[in-house]
Design a protein around this ligand. Structure first.
Ligand code: NAP
Length: 261
């Protein structure tokens, strides 16, 4: 039996993906910072689905985190056939008013660790008959989003990196996919400091369970980019059809009016 390793598995979309994979009888390795939450989730998944589950509590925004995850997998001799790079967060506000330290930390988690984990884990994935990498981006990846500038750029990186790696590995046993959710009901809004947008987001939100199911289905089918929900697919398509100045103005109109002056 081989394992699926999920980052950011304690909450939200990552937690829902853990349930989705466990439901499909996949053994799991859960990674996030909240040790107690991971411990409870691991116990619940073992009991509910009869799968093997282990967890590692670690801060993936710290340099060297990916190497520690790989070391844990090799020391424990865990055969890993799926890597879900899901841990990530946003920061909402004007670029110059957000702290540089926090934005650096976002880039470390959303970009640097995702690349490093993909690199570190590839040899383990290549040792399996069939393997998958699923990188979680966002619909924000497809255009510049004023007030979410660094976040949107970090997710654009994820989409382009995923496509490049996917092509490089096209003749290998490793299928690489990208999941780009739109607004999803999780703690994302709170972490990003976007509480003022809560009511607007609630009108469009999908549940993390539905996003996780569509994401895992798409990954197993070997899709390149998975965008859950018709509205999200239309929004992304519009970014290819409309001039950039217009999509940026529309996004700014949506987000800027909720910002404190
Ligand atoms: N919700 C949305 O509307 C939405 C839309 C598009 C894309 N996404 C993307 O979906 C992914 C999952 O987000 P979510 O919506 O499920 O948010 P969430 O509910 O806030 O969950 C984030 C997960 O990442 C983990 N995490 C955060 N910082 C970490 C760190 N430094 N080290 C290790 N783990 C860390 C959290 O666990 P701990 O706190 O225990 O560490 C948690 O398990 C992110 O990449 C996000 O950008 C979300």
């Amino acid at each position: 039996m081989s394992y699926a390793l999920i980052t950011g598995a304690s909450k939200g979309i990552g937690r829902a993906m853990a349930h989705e994979l466990a439901r499909r009888k996949t053994d799991l390795l859960l990674v996030a910072r909240s040790e107690a939450v991971l411990g409870e989730l691991a116990a619940a998944l073992r009991q509910q689905y009869g799968v093997r589950v282990d967890f590692l509590a670690t801060d993936l925004s710290l340099p060297g985190a990916a190497a520690r995850v790989k070391q844990w997998c090799t020391e424990m001799n865990y055969p890993v056939s799926t890597l879900v790079n899901n841990a990530g967060y946003g920061l909402w506000g004007r670029f110059d008013r957000l702290s540089l330290a926090e934005q650096r930390s976002l880039l470390q988690l959303n970009v640097q660790t995702l690349v490093e984990l993909s690199h570190e884990m590839l040899s383990l994935l290549q040792a399996q008959p069939k393997a998958y990498i699923l990188n979680v981006a966002s619909t924000a990846a497809y255009q510049a989003v004023p007030t979410l500038s660094v976040y949107a750029a970090s997710k654009a990186f994820v989409v382009v990196f995923t496509r490049g790696l996917r092509y490089e590995l096209r003749r290998s046993n490793v299928s690489v996919s990208c999941l780009s959710p739109g607004a999803t009901s999780t703690q994302f809004i709170e972490r990003a400091g976007m509480q003022a947008m809560q009511a607007t987001a609630a009108k469009f939100e999908m549940t993390s369970e539905v996003v996780a199911r569509i994401g895992i289905d798409g990954m197993l089918k070997g899709k390149a980019e998975i965008i859950p929900g018709l509205l999200n697919r239309i929004t992304v398509r519009a970014t290819y059809l409309l001039p950039k100045w217009l999509t940026e103005k529309l996004a700014a109109n949506l987000y800027e009016k909720h910002l404190a002056p």
